[in-house]
Design a protein around this ligand. Sequence first.
Ligand SMILES: [Zn+2]
Length: 424
Amino acid sequence: MRVFVLSKEGIPLMPTTPRRARLWLKARRAKVVRHEPFTIQLHFETTSYTQSVTIAHGETLLQAEVHLRTDISEKLTRRHTYRRTRRSRKTRYRAPRYNNRTRKAGWLPPSVSSKLAATLKAVRFAASLLPVRQVNVEIASFDTQKMRNPEITGAAYQQGTLFGYQMREYLLEKWQRMCAYCGAKDTPLQVEHIVPQGRGGSDRVDNLTLACAPCNQRKGTKTAGEFGFPQIQAQACFPMRDAAHVSSLKTALLAQLTRQFGEQQVQVRFGYQTKYQRIQVLKLSKSHAHDAVAIACELGKVVTPLSVVWQMRCLPRGSYQRFNGKRSEHKVWAPRKVKGWRLYELVEAKGQHGYIGGRRENGSFVVKDLMSGKTLVEVAPSKLLRLRRPSQGWLMRRLPASYLGAKEDGPSSLSYNKGVYVPQ
Ligand SMILES: [Zn+2]
């Protein structure tokens, strides 16, 4: 457990131990700037001694799961419906807008652009706590260019363990994660030689396919053609089509990160490297947080993940155009605070922990579950006990890494290790 430290000027320094932070605070040499995660700011000048120690011991400093918003599309549909019905009511004139819009180059659908913005926001948040020198991003499960390079598909297959991982990811993608002969899914698949090795078949990727154990057994020493699958034999020669799987979100994210941190500071990772690092080097089980640790640390370097993971939920700003537009008739706004309470504050009510999800006119507050968003209780505000306020647009909560209740639609993980910084 580390305490995050900001310099006198507010620039993040290397985190320190709680003990030292306590001494600084006691001596009035520092002040608390944030409680979650605990961050202090120094009152005295420091030389930037920070970087020289970073690479020494592999230690994870901050581990977080970021829950992106999934309500954008639904909310925009609702807004569209409201606008539609408002047209026929007595209301201000709205120019028809169905046909006078062009989409700029690089346009992303609102739901995707929200995810992009939130991911960048999360990276900036981490960079406000730690001296981030490098950002590692996983963009696809394997490196298409490497797979197409004949030198690698040839000899390296027999040699590199890392390549074994890459090849398996590639085959899973190329053969759609099923047995090439019977189409069986969700069974253990084996890497299978289309022309068997015993009959001169090579180890190159284009001679490989996936088969379930029974099919592999039955095929024996036959070639795929002899086994009754000439189309597989034919398909084998063609490498997979190019990187259509690198989606627009990932491309945009990479471009924006590069713009913010510089080209040298952003490193692209592939899923096979993550998998290799997580299983072979770190020996960790499958989880978002563990994957993030594997992405963040240098290949081959051992770091220990933290036992706690921050759960960060991206919050809407709530600046709805309906009422707060320049020419809106009404300037109606639910006050930021009702009886001293804001939305999304973490509270305890009737023994349950949740966040304020709604404040009803009849005076009762709706407390919702942090992970599922389901209503837990409805109580009067006087019954609430404040645990934490959201900070910088994030609802944050620290949970043990073993906590598995968090099964929202796939949170994307961020993790920052000491191992990723480049010493200066
Ligand atoms: Zn099969």
